[in-house]
Design a protein around this ligand. Structure first.
Ligand code: DSN
Length: 422
């Protein structure tokens, strides 16, 4: 199959109209195929999702919700949104779903807006311990507009300290408690958070962006039965388009909808809403459940392999799609490891580890994830090779070994080409 039949006849038009940007698309595909994509928050969407994204639905203004729009001509996009909402409700067993948030940060902004007023107290995981910018960072709206009390992980176990969370909740009486993280490799005890929220009369929001795909694939427990509001992105393990979603109980439905539109967003991106609906259908298939379980099996094999390379997995390993690696024993910073791996076509990110002595732009760790390589078809045996390649990239720095290593990386990636139909 040629590039143009994969991307549709429009690709030829793009190449004619704008060869520079066409070249970027081709170059990015080559980059994906040449190396190992181990960023825990990325994945490879299906051609069906890409087709919906690259559709004329991008043209349509549809402020409002299905059947209640501020523009005419919404009958087709209404169908897309209604289908997507029904699929989300079925997949997650939730009362209500909103597919319009443009991103995870937008979904979180809407959740804050639905629950809180500026100045209210919020209890959330601190960014240096694995939280997210929108969980109270001083440089983000959350830290500027709300009084955010951070909780973290214990230094000895590197696990969430539920006693600390309870003590902080009792002391500060937050209006909103947020759980969920971007660099926490273990399962979160949603029942414990629910009990703490109930004890202090707080609303419980779960930011499930990282692991919602594992929930959709029934590979880990769901936060939906415990949370008032669950926010997430659609492009991580869930393998949909870049974007956000909120699911919630019927009690919060109207407030969430109003917080998304008109409070924090204008017109929804209907091509993205349609692509989210496609991804939700894909996630309902038995093959997606197999995928979600394999993502975890691969990540556990990768964490074990990295430990065998002398690179320590934080919290003793992983239950999810990501593992956080402490590089201090190896005498390499996260920044340097990211660069060395990048030079060998292994794409991953530096990441703070709990109680990190380094600033965030340097960091003592790396975060590695298996959503993309699992989509490519790799399994546990390949993860041993991936771990060995990362270990070599971090240890061996002279240019002759980098050339040899890059050839090994390209050979492995070449056995599982991304977007093989091109
Ligand atoms: N930037 C995302 C991540 O990499 O985890 C979270 O928003």
């Amino acid at each position: 199959m040629t590039e143009s039949t994969f991307w549709g006849p429009d690709f030829d038009e793009l190449r004619a109209a704008d060869p520079e940007i066409a070249d970027v698309l081709v170059g990015e595909l080559a980059r994906l195929r040449r190396g190992l994509q181990l960023i825990a928050s990325e994945n490879f969407t299906s051609p069906a999702v890409l087709a919906a994204l690259g559709s004329t639905l991008s043209n349509k203004y549809a402020e409002g919700y299905p059947g209640r729009r501020y523009y005419g001509g919404c009958e087709q996009v209404d169908r897309a949104e209604e289908i997507g909402i029904a699929r989300a409700k079925q997949l997650f067993g939730c009362d209500h779903a909103n597919l319009q948030p443009h991103s995870g940060a937008s979904a979180n902004l809407a959740a804050y807006a639905a629950v809180c007023m500026p100045g209210d107290t919020v209890l959330a995981m601190s960014l240096p311990h694995g939280g997210h910018l929108t969980h109270g960072s001083k440089v983000n709206f959350s830290g500027k507009w709300f009084s955010v009390v951070p909780y973290g992980v214990r230094e000895d176990t590197e696990l969430i300290d539920y006693d600390e969370v309870r003590d902080l909740a009792r002391a500060h009486r937050p209006k909103l408690i947020i759980c969920g993280a971007t660099a926490y490799p273990r399962l979160i005890d949603f029942a414990a958070f629910r009990a703490i929220a109930d004890e202090v009369g707080a609303v419980l929001m779960v930011d499930a962006a990282h692991f919602i795909g594992l929930v959709a694939g029934q590979a880990i427990p769901s936060p939906v039965p415990y949370a008032d509001i669950v926010t997430f992105t659609t492009h991580k393990v869930l393998r949909g388009p870049r974007g956000g979603m909120v699911v919630c109980t019927s009690e919060w439905a109207q407030k969430i909808d109003k917080a998304v539109f008109p409070f924090s967003q204008g017109g929804p991106l209907m091509h993205a809403v349609a692509a989210k609906a496609v991804a939700l259908k894909e996630a309902q298939q038995p093959s997606y459940q197999t995928y979600a379980s394999q993502v975890i099996a691969n990540c556990q094999a990768l964490a074990d392999g990295l430990a065998a390379e002398g690179l320590r997995p934080v919290a003793g390993g992983t239950d999810t799609h990501l593992t956080l690696i402490d590089l201090r024993e190896a005498g390499v910073t996260g920044q340097e490891a990211e660069l060395r791996c990048g030079a060998a076509q292994i794409t991953l990110n530096k990441n703070a580890i709990p109680y990190d002595p380094q600033p965030p732009m340097v960091a003592s760790g790396i975060r590695v994830g298996t959503p993309s390589v699992t989509t490519q078809g790799m399994t546990e045996g390949d993860m041993k090779d991936v771990a060995n390649l990362i270990g070599r990239a971090i240890r061996d720095v002279d240019s002759s070994s980098t050339a040899e290593l890059t050839a090994s990386v390209e050979a492995l990636a070449g056995r599982y080409p991304a977007y093989p139909r091109i």
